[in-house]
Design a protein around this ligand. Structure first.
Ligand SMILES: [Zn+2]
Ligand SMILES: [Zn+2]
Length: 334
């Protein structure tokens, strides 16, 4: 048989080891794989047996020239591509368990905007924590030739990209992959100073409570106020307000930016306020659809804040604070 390929020559043994699976048992178990695989069984044995019973039939792998064992699976060249398509679905699903976040996740977009602002603020270049999707696949010893079959089967556990049939956007080579470790600093809640504030008002805020709250919010943003930590924070901010524990800003210029496509008309000053309810995307402070006016006292932060890309126009409005404005300065509490 000229066109047989043994399972070892697919080069997927290491990958299946990583996934704690076995290719042979998978073929036996998954109909869509079995459909494209051949087996050296009795029927084939008899077919290959020549009429005179002169020699025992053998099938050699056309790549490594090793013998295909009796009762072993192998592939015919013509069914290789459909088989790889199916097997890469399984691999895609398996490695996707390790994709906690991707560059399409809102959380990651925020994280990157946050890093850009830190860069502008401190002049230090933040280390890029994401891993390129090809590097990620390489980590599972997936042969490079198979990337094109695996990529469309990847799914992000956070934003769900790749899972929903109706969403046509799929993973491609430009995607970055992140895990919890990359985000530890970003997501960790440093509560020492905050709890000192709280203690002043006899409110007992525990670190674990806030850490739980932070992950609760990521999963159930609309239910935030149901959480005990939210009740405590609400009580804390109310008391701080009552006790006059806030900053007052006045006679200050603040800025707000909006991007638009090149060649379009400049935004009118009326269009530079907070977006109408229902149109905003998810932001650092607001949920999708809720309306918040983001302002900065430093114009340099605007491009990062609005995810400006060079091919766009960027309009910046200046707002002047006329009446004293009471501000809860969170940076004082951290
Ligand atoms: Zn072989
Ligand atoms: Zn994602």
């Amino acid at each position: 048989m000229e066109d047989a390929i043994c399972l070892d020559c697919l080069g997927l043994n290491e990958t299946f080891n990583h996934l704690e699976k076995n290719l042979e048992s998978m073929i036996n178990y998954v109909k869509d794989l079995e459909r494209y695989a051949s087996i050296f069984d009795e029927e084939m044995f008899n077919k290959l047996l020549d009429n005179n019973y002169r020699k025992t039939p053998k099938i050699l792998c056309s790549k490594c020239k090793n013998e295909i064992g009796y009762e072993d699976y192998f592939l015919r060249r013509e069914s290789l591509v459909p088989f790889l398509n199916e097997v890469c679905k399984i691999i895609g699903e398996g490695v996707s368990r390790y994709i906690q976040f991707c560059s399409n996740c809102e959380l990651i977009k925020e994280f990157n905007a946050f890093n850009k602002i830190i860069e502008v603020e401190k002049g230090q270049v933040s280390k890029d924590n994401g891993q390129s999707v090809l590097e990620f696949l390489y980590g599972f010893d997936i042969p490079e030739d198979y990337n094109k079959y695996v990529l469309p089967n990847l799914q992000c556990r956070c934003c769900g990209i790749g899972q929903d049939e109706s969403v046509t956007i799929k993973f491609n080579e430009s995607f970055l992959i992140y895990n919890d470790d990359d985000l530890t600093d970003y997501l960790s809640v440093d509560i020492d100073e905050l709890s000192q504030y709280a203690e002043k008002y006899f409110i007992n805020l525990k670190k674990i409570e806030l850490t739980n709250f932070s992950s609760f919010l990521r999963n159930y943003p609309m239910l935030g106020m149901r959480h005990t930590a939210a009740e405590k924070l609400y009580e804390l901010f109310t008391k701080m307000y009552e006790e006059g524990e806030f900053s007052i800003i006045e006679n200050l210029k603040l800025y707000r930016g909006r991007t638009r496509n090149k060649g379009t008309e400049k935004f009118h000053s009326k269009q530079m306020w907070n977006p109408p309810i229902g149109v905003s995307s998810h932001g650092r402070y607001n949920l999708v659809g809720s309306s918040v006016l983001y302002l900065t006292d430093n114009m340099d932060y605007i491009p990062a804040e609005v995810n400006y890309i060079g091919s766009q126009e960027l309009d910046v409005a200046t707002l002047i604070i006329n009446k004293p404005l009471k501000i809860l300065d969170l940076s004082q509490m951290y």
